[in-house]
Design a protein around this ligand. Sequence first.
Ligand SMILES: NC(=O)c1ccc[n+]([C@@H]2O[C@H](COP(=O)([O-])OP(=O)(O)OC[C@H]3O[C@@H](n4cnc5c(N)ncnc54)[C@H](OP(=O)(O)O)[C@@H]3O)[C@@H](O)[C@H]2O)c1
Length: 259
Amino acid sequence: MDDFLRRYGPVAVVTGASSGIGRSFATELAGRGLDVVLVARRLDRLKELAETLRAAHGVEVTVVSADLADAAAPGEILDAVAGLDVGLLVSNAGFGVKGPFEDGDSATLSSMLMVNCQAPTQLAHGLAPRLKRRGRGGVIFTSSVEGLIGCPYSAGYSATKAYVVALGEALWAEFAPSGVDVLTLCPGATDTEAPRNQGIDPATLHDLMSPDDVARAALDNLENGPTHIPSAHYRGLFDTLLAMPRGEALTAMARQTGK
Ligand SMILES: NC(=O)c1ccc[n+]([C@@H]2O[C@H](COP(=O)([O-])OP(=O)(O)OC[C@H]3O[C@@H](n4cnc5c(N)ncnc54)[C@H](OP(=O)(O)O)[C@@H]3O)[C@@H](O)[C@H]2O)c1
């Protein structure tokens, strides 16, 4: 644990910390002795988590309320952490919408591009010089297994997560010589508010993982990039899908998901 703190501390910035995987990241990081900066829109939740983490772990917690769909938000977050020695960025906030592509709301699609693509890019871009100068540290991008192949009936979300995979893979190789680890996390089904927000009953999902297990797996594998799929079930499934002729895999998925 001390090694982790020395390598990635003293301060971690976690986006999407108000619930699910991001909340678990923040909790696990505070447990490893890092000070944390919690970012999301729901300030009440962030304040409550901040109190809990301060009391349980004696760490410093900073709360930043930001709507990452707003183009100015990454700059405001970077300003808020300018005076802190940030060793780890966990760019985790994100959301998805399911259904036929043309049925989705156009404004929601734009917000999804901002939150899932623009914000991770700008946050990593803003922190990169500082991380590289320090000669140690890390970046975790939360993508999804849906970023590994175009997922029918989840086209926009899947495309945003493919962007994150490409960004994370490229930066893994770029930052490695500077001693900065980059991991792109590709969770499968995870028991958070996200499935319910997309009208999915989590009980119907295969191999549902807890957000705590997903966050812990990512932190334990931070030096083992470029990508990590925490679930053995989804690792096997995507190995099979990605080994199939692309058209066959996509047609099979469309048949399965479009029912
Ligand atoms: N759950 C799954 O099955 C699953 C699978 C693969 C990948 N993922 C990915 O895992 C990440 C975390 O999702 P989760 O499952 O933990 O879902 P979640 O519980 O719904 O958490 C999403 C987090 O993102 C934040 N967020 C969403 N829109 C935002 C905005 N406009 N501005 C700022 N923050 C925003 C939310 O905070 P506020 O609402 O308070 O702003 C919340 O903290 C996402 O990138 C998601 O795509 C999830």
